[in-house]
Ligand binder design. Sequence first.
Ligand code: UDP
Length: 358
Amino acid sequence: MKTTITIVGAGIAGITLARRYAEEQNAEVLIVERRPYIGGYCYDYLDTNGIFIHKHGPHIFRTANKKVYSFLSRFTEWYDYQHKVLSYVGGHYYPMPINLDTVNLFSGGNYDSDTVMNYFEQVKTSPKVIDNVKDAVESQVGAQFYKAFFEQYTKKQWGMDPEKLPTSIISRIPIRTDRDNRYFTVPYQGIPVQGYTAMMQKMLEHPNIHILLNTDYNQIKDEILSEKVFYSGSIDEYFGYCYGKLPYRCVSFKLEEYDVEEYQPVAVVNYPNDYDYTRISEFKHFTNNKSKKTVIAKEFSSAEGDPSYPIPLQENQDLYEKYKKLAFEKKVSFIGRLGQYKYFSMDQIVENILDQKL
Ligand code: UDP
């Protein structure tokens, strides 16, 4: 008699787990997905111009973990893409994360990798405790850089004063004293050549994996007999918001098509100041899609919509812990970014699932 597993949500967490159960345990796996498509926030599609559009915003795969890279590489080839981001400030483009070129362009100086350290020494602040975004940035690069590149971006992105936000939010953005202008420096980076959806479709190609799209788990759960249930949706929604809503930051995208080959010099340009949107992504850069036209997405952040970023404040974590206690009492396990109320990038999610004991 085969074990039967139900997985709610066909995002990268659910699909990775499904593949493992099917392959390693020969279990029968049913995935229940509310949306009409697989992939969750990683879903992409080829538009009429031959450009892959990331429906839920730009997704750039990167990892330092060979196991994660090797696992996904069974299901896709990679377009060798190194992510570059520019920040548009005062009518000029600056490399982001801040590097030597950003400092020289912005300050009008002519520093090298050694002397730029002296510059930072002069401008940086020395707060007694560094426990918020403002102090974390200013204690490295000073108030001017903070104001130009981080203050308004963070306010827009999180809808909160950066002084109230923990340093964990920006700890993934380094400050560089060299000229490296890549956003990530880990050894494995790339975009699936045929897109994320195709990669995940391949992961699902196993005789033991069955999937129901357009299906709300709540409406069919009484009909499912399953030894284990894994839920990758929001944990507060699962419990009917009985303790109240967990706050999320939600992002939405406005797609625009232009009759030009290139809209901007790199895939992502951040707009810390002046505009309502936080950034603009131009999709064709990701896999070098050739087209006479281009498609961009303006990204807006708000409190309502599809939950995207858990907000890492202590009071929210406390609320999440209350829900987790409820989960412990049921035979359901919560996986992924929404299930665990923690910001994970794609590779971290895959890593968690690969490390999970089945
Ligand atoms: N950030 C900023 N200015 C930038 C880029 C990032 O202030 O130009 C801050 C902002 O608070 C953001 C955080 O750094 O939420 C993390 O940025 P990252 O690019 O990693 O965000 P993600 O791509 O996950 O939205």
